[in-house]
Design a protein around this ligand. Structure first.
Ligand code: HEC
Length: 143
């Protein structure tokens, strides 16, 4: 095998392993050896850019393409933490819930990011614990 081919093979293998790893969003931040092999979105900005931006757009103004995506920019509905936490953990309509694909920390950071950017000034950070409390399915049988 030529060097070029083996490099290509290595790249293909790396991609094959990297993607399932990202989809599962492991709770731990690294590989155990202290070396982060797959860049995972960590900060709210990174989560926003790699996940939310696809629909809500880079300027968070949403849009109307295949469907209507509400603007997160200057959005008074972000004033309380509960509403965006519900949206991000459970989803609604055409918005998927992310409790299976993002960690609670990633969701908390992304929500904090949108609440403090794009013309929103809701400074109190959303914590991982707040997200965990709402991401958990209702424990009793309800009403
Ligand atoms: C697949 C497209 C898609 C992605 C990805 C997505 N959203 Fe949404 N989002 C939507 C749609 C569509 C709605 C409107 C849902 C409804 O009300 O029926 C929405 C609504 C919201 C709302 C409520 C806005 C309002 O005024 O009611 C918030 C907050 C929100 N999204 C935050 C996020 C965050 C944070 C992320 C990233 C973690 C994200 N969204 C990723 C499509 C998406």
């Amino acid at each position: 095998m030529t060097l070029r081919n083996s490099l290509l093979t290595a790249a293909v293998l790396a991609a094959a392993f990297a993607f399932p790893a990202m989809a599962q969003a492991p709770q731990g931040g690294d590989t155990g050896g202290g070396i982060v092999r797959v860049p995972k979105p960590v900060t709210g900005e990174q989560v926003y850019q790699s996940v939310c931006q696809a629909c809500h757009m880079a300027d968070a103004k949403g849009g109307t393409g295949a469907g209507t995506i509400p603007a997160l920019a200057k959005n008074p509905r972000l004033a309380g933490a509960a509403y965006p936490i519900m949206m991000v953990t459970q989803g609604k309509g055409a918005m998927p819930g992310f409790s299976q694909t993002l960690t609670n920390a990633q969701m908390a950071n992304a929500i904090t990011y949108v609440r403090t950017h794009f013309g929103n000034a809701y400074a109190k950070p959303v914590t991982e614990a707040q997200v965990a409390a709402m991401a958990r399915p209702p424990s009793d049988g309800g009403h």
